[in-house]
Design a protein around this ligand. Structure first.
Ligand SMILES: NC(=O)c1ccc[n+]([C@@H]2O[C@H](COP(=O)([O-])OP(=O)(O)OC[C@H]3O[C@@H](n4cnc5c(N)ncnc54)[C@H](OP(=O)(O)O)[C@@H]3O)[C@@H](O)[C@H]2O)c1
Length: 263
């Protein structure tokens, strides 16, 4: 039976979820909201350094063993493989996988979105591709066998509207745009391959809107306040969009409000 206050009423409960990239931002807020949802039986959350992810550790401590943390750096395949093996050993099957890890800028390495060709740094382009595009692909490679065969199963990856080729009218942000466009193509590919194994799986790319996180912070100045979502609202919207997905949505690119975005 599904608890009345669940945000994911279209799933069979108890729901088992995996949130990838959960140390901060949208991923952390996914975990926070899911852990307080009575329909969620178990959550596995991954991040690069669980020992240093204080907010996650507090949530895990208070979760009554419903939340488990696993280390994973999506640019290091062995860590993805190890995390999947751990879940397999524990007999865990997953109803919902959400890939959240992403990178747009990074002060430590000087990574920033390019305004013009002169700003292109090939190493940073490759890094963006490895985190934003290759990361969710490795998760699919090692985790697809863990997807449950229940009524509703979702494999979602957080993408970005700026990854839409058809919607690109401003230019710039070469690495991030291209990496998210690649991620979108990979999501579409996965939606086809995963379906061959599990006819009801729903595989989608989701645009969260502009959300008040570290990722968007340097670029918020020109965003009207009504279009800058606080984290709690952004994740409520994303969970609602996930809850509304049907098998017909497999292979789609959708915004937080369910609107379809052109590729
Ligand atoms: N915020 C927005 O306005 C917005 C808009 C459109 C799309 N998105 C997308 O939404 C997703 C979440 O963004 P956010 O705003 O929550 O970003 P954020 O606050 O900057 O958090 C990024 C997350 O990605 C993780 N990460 C980075 N590199 C990683 C790696 N190699 N392996 C594993 N994890 C890694 C970070 O972990 P560490 O703590 O270890 O660095 C952190 O948990 C991203 O895919 C982003 O592209 C965001």
């Amino acid at each position: 039976m599904v608890a009345a206050s669940t945000t994911l009423g279209s799933f069979e409960s108890p729901i088992s979820a995996f949130i990838q990239g959960a140390s901060r931002g949208i991923g952390l807020e996914f975990v926070r909201q899911l852990v307080s949802d009575p329909a969620i039986g178990s959550i596995v959350a991954s991040c690069r350094s669980p020992d240093g992810a204080d907010d996650l550790r507090v949530l895990a401590h208070d979760s009554g063993k419903r939340l488990t943390l696993v280390p994973m750096d999506v640019t290091i395949e062995s860590t993805v493989e190890r995390a999947a093996a751990r879940l397999t050993e524990s007999g865990q099957a997953l109803d919902l996988i959400v890939n959240c890890a992403g990178v747009l800028h990074d002060n430590d390495s000087g990574m920033r979105p390019e305004r013009r060709l002169a700003d292109i740094d090939p190493e940073q382009m490759i890094r963006s591709y490895r985190v934003n595009a290759v990361g969710p692909t490795l998760v699919a490679k090692h985790f697809h066998g863990l997807l449950s065969s229940r009524k509703k199963t979702v494999f979602a990856s957080l993408s970005a509207r700026v990854g839409s080729i058809g919607d690109n009218r401003l230019g710039g942000w070469y690495a991030y745009r291209a990496a998210k466009a690649a991620q979108n193509m990979i999501t579409r590919n996965l939606s086809i391959e995963l379906r061959r194994r599990r006819p009801d799986v729903i595989c989608v790319a989701l645009h969260p809107g502009t959300v008040d996180t570290d990722l968007s912070r340097p670029f918020q100045r020109n965003v009207p306040s009504r279009q800058l979502f606080p984290l709690d609202r952004a994740v409520r919207q994303l969970l609602s969009a996930i809850d509304s997905l049907t098998p017909q949505d497999n292979g789609g690119f959708r915004a937080f409000d369910g609107e379809s975005i052109e590729w």
